[in-house]
Design a protein around this ligand. Structure first.
Ligand code: TMP
Ligand code: ASP
Length: 271
């Protein structure tokens, strides 16, 4: 099977709901990882310009000082992120997602990742509270976009746009596209989650450059899941995201399952 028809086969199989975890595609990913992050592993894809993104069960916090394996977390994030990335794509915001190919894997476009984490905050929570003396849960006057350098060895320090330009991590034109996409994603996701009784408190995005015949296109990368969003139940303010792990609250899998259920995402049965 040529790689082109393999991709067609994958797309059709997904459409018709075949169990791809049992196909040869799965064995193809048993290669040396190109890159291993804290929650995901990246493998070479079946075709030039593609990669396979594998979701692990590893949970880390505070720059990996706290670590645990939470069985099935990776499966839930894979399905939830697929759902959100597809919805974001339908909005017209280009992103790296091509298709989900198994319970833990997605076929994605290969991007040159921009080493800047874009954090969007609607409500004060997490690291901004001790940093600026804010109370958790206080509303911000407007949506706040912050940037952090994606560098674990430095603890992902917060940076200003001027740092991004000075060190050449992105150009002003690229950052303009990134911020515009980020704010549209925030508006869209805020509404999507409110519709299922969930408050979108904050989240983190990553972007990259994709080489096309017409030039370089900025695309959304990584994942959008309860691992990189803060999600609170709209009625009770109960945490339904990775803070359940960060703060030893327990019930992380049940919270992620509830997010999937409310979004209408069908996930495999988890014991
Ligand atoms: P923070 O309050 O810890 O700075 O996190 C802000 C948001 O970004 C929160 O939704 C969690 C997410 N996030 C990540 O996805 N990865 C990270 O490494 C960090 C620090 C935060
Ligand atoms: N994932 C990050 C880490 O392990 C931080 C976090 O999500 O809180 O460091």
């Amino acid at each position: 099977m040529s790689t082109q028809s393999l991709i067609g086969f994958l797309a059709n199989s997904l459409k018709y709901g075949h169990d791809l975890a049992k196909t040869r595609v799965y064995t193809m990913t048993q290669k040396t990882p190109l890159y291993e992050g804290k929650a995901k592993v990246i493998f070479e894809g079946p075709e030039v310009g593609t990669l396979i993104q594998h979701f692990k069960d590893d949970a880390t916090a505070f720059n990996a000082q706290k670590k645990e394996v939470i069985s099935s977390k990776g499966i839930l994030n894979n399905y939830i992120s697929e759902h959100i990335m597809m919805a974001v794509g339908e909005l017209g915001i280009p992103n790296h997602f091509i298709s989900r190919i198994s319970d833990r894997e997605q076929l994605i476009r290969k991007l040159e990742i921009i080493p800047v984490e874009v954090v969007v905050r609607n409500v004060a929570a997490g690291s901004i509270c001790p940093r600026l003396g804010l109370e958790e849960g206080s509303m911000l006057n407007n949506t706040l976009v912050e940037f952090c350098l994606k560098d674990d060895s430095l603890g992902d320090p917060i940076i200003a746009p001027e740092h991004i330009f000075t060190f050449g991590w992105a150009t002003p034109e690229e950052l303009e596209i990134i911020v515009e996409d980020t704010l549209r994603i925030n508006d869209f996701l805020t509404g999507l989650f409110l519709g299922i009784g969930v408050r979108l408190i904050d989240f983190k995005l990553e972007f990259g450059r994709y080489d096309t015949e017409d030039g370089v296109e900025i695309m959304l990368a990584d994942e959008i899941s309860p691992d990189n969003c803060r999600l609170w139940d709209a009625e009770t303010n109960e945490k339904m995201d990775k803070d359940r792990f960060r703060r030893d609250l327990g019930g992380l899998v049940e919270a992620y399952q509830e997010i999937a259920r409310r979004l209408g995402v069908k996930v495999p049965e988890i014991d």
